[in-house]
Design a protein around this ligand. Structure first.
Ligand SMILES: Cc1ncc(COP(=O)(O)O)c(C=O)c1O
Length: 394
């Protein structure tokens, strides 16, 4: 048998939390609050089918050809308008289309991180971003959060300790995994801290459009006067994740290099799908579609929170998301949520243990619950099953 000599980018230990999540979600018996999956019944299947047919009628030969790394101009023009609604003024030359925002995270990390470079992240944070940063050899410094997002006071302390820190990675809206949102004041403070220390900010915003309560908050990019913020978003949560379509907004100095990296990764993002999404947005009002999703998710989030408050033991804490897909739960005592997961999965209910989301030291008794992907009946039954397992463990 061959003994592969893997590079340092390949994880030494296999910790396939995502694989576990999808495995759990694919068993029809299991009520899964685990994945970050949108509600499939809200996918606009007929409209996407129609857009596909329109694209083939109008641009058949063009869409089947190779094209430029930056992406389809028509789609980038539409994204300029989406960004304007998010209070970011930009133009088509500063927008690149990527294969989901996951690719933007990967390529940006590849561009900015040398082995042992320090990067600052929310603690806990998106697990696939942790995997990417680790694969480039980053030293990841987790910054604790409270209900208003990342703690700026602690971030400042750590930045003073590591003044050459390369990047702050943040998910300001309805964060994965906590569902928390960075307050307006902290957004401004974060950007001015980055200016003070000469650090980049990677603003990852796949969920911001799915706001179902509270006030709209401008992105960090809108406060960026020194071109430090690299902004990412995606059609995964507002349309469909299987399309694998995201975008990156950055200044031209970054963009020139980014396109070289993009080219070496996959030449360009799937041309056909770019045209389909563009056509979908010509045929339909995507804002209306997002409104529909947001309303459905609000009902599910409200129901999940009501059931948690009613059924989980006293002393349990949870976030109160104003959008997105996740609720973060903290149990009292010293419960090991990895063990809880094992019991729950035997009882056909799944979540993601908090341990997956902490880059360094795990806080026990924490876990992420997804509310977008299950029906009301499944939410009620699933919380009952979890409550029983938690009581058993306590
Ligand atoms: C915070 C965050 N960033 C990026 C992604 C990747 O999204 P995409 O499907 O656009 O690659 C996800 C997916 O769940 C996410 O939660």
């Amino acid at each position: 048998m061959t003994n592969y000599e893997f590079s340092n980018s390949v994880p030494k230990k296999v910790n396939d939390a995502i694989g576990e999540v999808f495995k759990a979600a694919s068993d029809p018996e299991v009520i899964s609050f685990a994945g970050g999956l949108p509600a499939p019944e809200l996918f606009p299947v007929q409209e996407i089918k129609q857009a596909t047919s329109d694209v083939f009628d109008q641009y058949g030969k063009e869409v089947l050809q190779y094209s430029g790394a930056i992406g389809y101009k028509g789609l980038r023009e539409q994204i300029v308008d989406i960004m304007a609604e998010r209070k970011v003024e930009t133009n088509i030359d500063n927008i690149a289309i990527t294969t989901g925002s996951q690719q933007s995270i990967d390529l940006t990390a590849r561009m900015l991180i040398n082995p042992n470079d320090v990067i600052f992240v929310e603690d806990p944070t998106y697990l696939s971003a942790i995997d990417v940063f680790k694969s480039y050899g980053a030293k990841i410094i987790g910054i604790p959060m409270d209900d208003d997002g990342i703690r700026i006071d602690v971030l400042r302390e750590k930045m003073e300790k590591y003044p050459n820190g390369k990047m702050i990675y943040t998910i300001p809206n309805f964060q994965n995994p906590t569902g928390r949102t960075l307050s307006l004041e902290r957004r401004k403070e974060l950007v001015s801290l980055a200016n003070e220390f000469g650090t980049h900010i990677l603003e990852d915003d796949p969920y911001g459009a799915i706001r179902f309560s509270g006030e709209f908050l401008p992105s960090l990019k809108s406060f960026d006067t020194e071109e430090r913020v690299i902004y990412l978003s995606s059609f995964s949560k507002i349309l469909a994740p299987g399309l694998r379509m995201g975008w990156l907004v950055a200044d031209s100095k970054f963009m020139d290099k980014f396109l070289l990296m993009k080219q070496s990764a996959d030449l360009h993002t799937d041309n056909l799908t770019q045209y389909i999404i563009s056509q979908f947005m010509k045929n339909n009002d995507i804002k209306q579609h997002i409104k529909l999703i947001s309303e459905a998710y609000k009902n599910r989030a409200d129901l999940m929170i009501k059931q948690i408050d009613k059924k989980f033991p006293e002393g349990v804490k949870h976030s109160n998301p104003e959008g997105g897909m996740f609720i973060w739960v903290e149990l009292p005592g010293n419960i090991d949520s990895d063990e809880l997961f094992k019991i729950c999965i035997k009882n056909n209910v799944a979540f993601v243990s908090g341990s997956a989301f902490y880059p360094n030291k795990v806080t026990k008794g924490t876990f992420r619950m997804n509310f977008s992907n299950m029906s009301d009946e499944q939410i009620i039954l699933g919380i009952d099953r979890m409550a029983k397992a938690i009581k058993e463990m306590m």
